[in-house]
Structure formats: structure tokens, C-alpha cells
Ligand binder design. Structure first.
Ligand SMILES: *Cc1c(COP(=O)(O)O)cnc(C)c1O
Length: 353
């Protein structure tokens, strides 16, 4: 499908990379393609970045008919630009679409929306250490009617923005609060889909954790309220007695691309990785017996985020002496090395633009 490009008449000033606030400095253009039942995807276009005109009765505004993705474009030392496993993001977008009765989008069309926009906005891809261009593809249901049905008119949109180094002062361990009241997602719900509703469900616990002085929530499963699922909007991994443990993809855990990449690297390095149910009780017991060696979250924004303290009710444990662990650091160095092109890419995860 041809992409029609309408250029912005005036370009914005590019922000200083050192003062970037995540997700605020949107670029000059955006990609949009329409879908109508019976007609399929049509009118792919790149137009000046700006507000969308949406009917107030549009389903996305009332019933949360929305899915999204998050990935980054990286500037390498030779000035070229590359993406990390973008087809995995599109594959996941289509899985989310299936769960929310949104249409499947052809992989090549979804990918072209990303690559053509990034090429047009290439001057926005920053080059300072640790910086990147964050890419946010999303799909919304737009039928203008208040009845609860899946939409026949849908848009797939891509917006991008430069983001600063996630850890300007190095990888600092975070304090995590185990949430025992609210749940993020349940089996049979939308936990495996990347959709706004799961985030809406997570805000209250996030605010509560913050008020208590913790930076993220550790989510327990919605059925037994016992088993660990994710940390904030990241997957979570533990090193216990030399082995790596991570919750299995049980339907309410998001299939993270960073998670998948970490599991592959850990196996390459000879670690045993167990994807299985892990109870909070098991984790605290391991911490108390000194077997919990490291804990970290994984996700595109932070890559890995070391966990230095876990709290549940009145119980508190320190992990890895509140320092970044050896494996956490090694995963961070290897993944960011591949993403920015400093180290070899044995699994063909990189796509050059
Ligand atoms: C996006 C996301 C992740 C991380 O996925 P990546 O593909 O690694 O960025 C984990 N959990 C939730 C809930 C997410 O939305």
C-alpha cells in the first residue's frame, strides 16, 4: 500500500536530550491508516502531528476499545538507525487485536507505518548515550454509536518521541510493594493483551504504593492472590539459588519481548530458567534463607530494572544488599549492547532501517 506523505509546514525545535520527560516531546508527523469492515485497510498516510478528530460517541472513548505497542529506534555509532525485534511487536499487536475484536493488520503494513515514519523523523532520533526514539503504535475502535459492539471503523496510528536515558545516574535498585487488594488482570480477562484497560486498573495500586514510598507494585494473580505475575508494567525475574525463576505465561501475564530476550540470553549463558508459578510466600522464604540472590523487572522502556527491596504488609526484605546484581547488570549490558549496535546480534534481533 502506498503511503501518502503530507509534510508539516513548520518543524518544531528539537528538545535537549538531557531534559527529556518520557513521552512528552512528540515529533512533527504521525502515521494513520483506516480500516472499514468490507473494505479492509485503506488510506495509509503520514500527516503533520496533531489532535485527532473523534466523534464523542466513538467506542474507544466509552468502552476502552484500544490496544498499543511500545518499541524503540536506536542510533548506532556509525549514525545509522535500527529497531529491536519489531515483528514481535506487530505479532503481539495482532494477538491483542484478536482479544479485543479489533481487525488483524497485515504485518508489512503495520511495519511500514513504523519504518516510514521513523525514516521521515530520523533527525529526531537522538545520539547521546542511552537515548532513543520511542515508538507508540496503537489501534482504536471508532464506530460512533453507544451500543456495546466491536467497531467496524478502526484506525492504526503510530506516533514517536525522543526519550532520554532511563537511568541517567546508572541502574538504581527500586523498592517494590506487593499489592494484596487490587489485581491488574485475571485469567480470561485481558492480561495477555497490551490494552489501556489493564493500565486503568493498575493506577490506584500504583498511587498507593507511591504514597508509601515505593516506586512500583508487584502484582499477584487474581484467582488465588498468591502467585507473582508482574512488577508495575514489566515482567519480573528472580535468581534463586543459582536458577532463574519467572512467572509462566498463564493468560494474565503479558508476553514481554524483553522477557523473551532475557530468557534466551540466560539460556545461552548456561542458566537454568524455570517458567512457572512462584508464590509470594516462596519468594519471601527464599529471601529469608538467603537464597534470593537477585530480582529485576524487564521491559522496553527500562530494559532491566533491579529490585532492591520487596515489601508485603509489614514484612520487608532487601534483595542483593540493595545493589544491582551481577546477572541483572550483565543482561542490561548485553541487551543494550545489541540494541545500540555495540555487541554482536547472534539471534538476528536487529532490523536496520
Ligand atoms: C509492555 C508490557 C511489558 C513489557 O513488554 P516488553 O515487550 O518487554 O516491552 C510487561 N508487562 C506489561 C503489562 C506491559 O504492558
Amino acid at each position: 500500500m502506498d503511503i501518502k506523505i503530507t509534510r508539516a509546514s513548520a518543524l518544531k525545535d528539537k528538545p535537549d536530550s538531557s531534559t527529556l520527560v518520557f513521552g512528552k516531546a512528540m515529533t512533527d508527523h504521525m502515521f494513520i491508516v483506516d480500516y472499514d469492515a468490507g473494505q479492509g485497510w485503506h488510506d495509509a498516510r503520514i500527516i503533520p502531528y496533531g489532535p485527532l478528530q473523534i466523534d464523542p460517541a466513538a467506542k474507544v472513548l466509552h468502552y476502552g476499545e484500544e490496544i498499543f505497542e511500545g518499541l524503540k529506534a536506536y542510533r548506532t555509532a556509525d549514525g545509522s538507525i535500527q529497531l529491536f525485534r519489531p515483528r514481535d511487536n506487530i505479532d503481539r499487536l495482532n494477538k491483542s487485536a484478536d482479544r479485543l475484536c479489533l481487525p488483524q493488520i497485515p504485518e508489512e503494513l503495520a511495519l511500514a507505518g513504523i519504518t516510514e515514519l521513523v525514516k521521515l523523523e530520523q533527525d529526531w532520533v537522538p545520539s547521546e548515550e542511552g537515548t532513543s526514539l520511542y515508538i507508540r503504535p496503537f489501534m482504536i475502535g471508532l464506530d460512533a454509536a453507544l451500543g456495546v459492539h466491536s467497531s467496524h471503523h478502526v484506525q492504526y496510528i503510530v506516533v514517536v518521541c525522543p526519550v532520554g536515558a532511563y537511568y541517567p545516574e546508572g541502574l538504581n535498585p527500586v523498592k517494590i510493594y506487593i499489592e494484596e487488594e487490587d489485581v491488574r488482570a485475571v485469567k480470561g480477562g485481558m492480561g495477555m493483551a497490551k490494552t489501556g484497560g489493564n493500565y486503568a486498573a493498575s493506577l490506584r495500586a500504583g498511587n498507593r504504593a507511591e504514597e508509601r514510598g515505593y516506586s512500583q507494585v508487584l502484582w499477584l494473580d487474581g484467582v488465588h492472590r498468591k502467585y507473582i505475575e508482574e512488577v508495575g508494567a514489566m515482567n519480573v525475574m528472580f535468581k534463586v539459588n543459582g536458577k532463574i525463576l519467572t512467572p509462566d505465561l498463564n493468560g494474565s501475564v503479558l508476553d514481554g519481548i524483553t522477557r523473551r530476550s532475557c530468557i534466551q540470553l540466560l539460556k545461552d549463558w548456561g542458566y537454568q530458567v524455570e517458567e512457572r508459578r512462584i508464590s509470594a510466600e516462596e519468594l519471601f522464604a527464599a529471601a529469608e534463607s538467603g537464597e534470593l540472590e537477585e530480582a529485576w523487572g524487564t521491559g522496553t522502556a527500562a530494559v532491566v530494572s533491579p529490585i532492591g527491596e520487596l515489601a508485603m504488609g509489614e514484612k520487608k526484605v532487601t534483595v542483593s544488599h540493595n545493589q544491582i546484581g551481577e546477572i541483572t547488570q550483565k543482561l542490561y549490558d548485553e541487551l543494550t549492547g545489541i540494541q545500540w549496535g555495540h555487541v554482536a546480534d547472534p539471534h538476528n534481533w536487529i532490523m536496520k532501517l
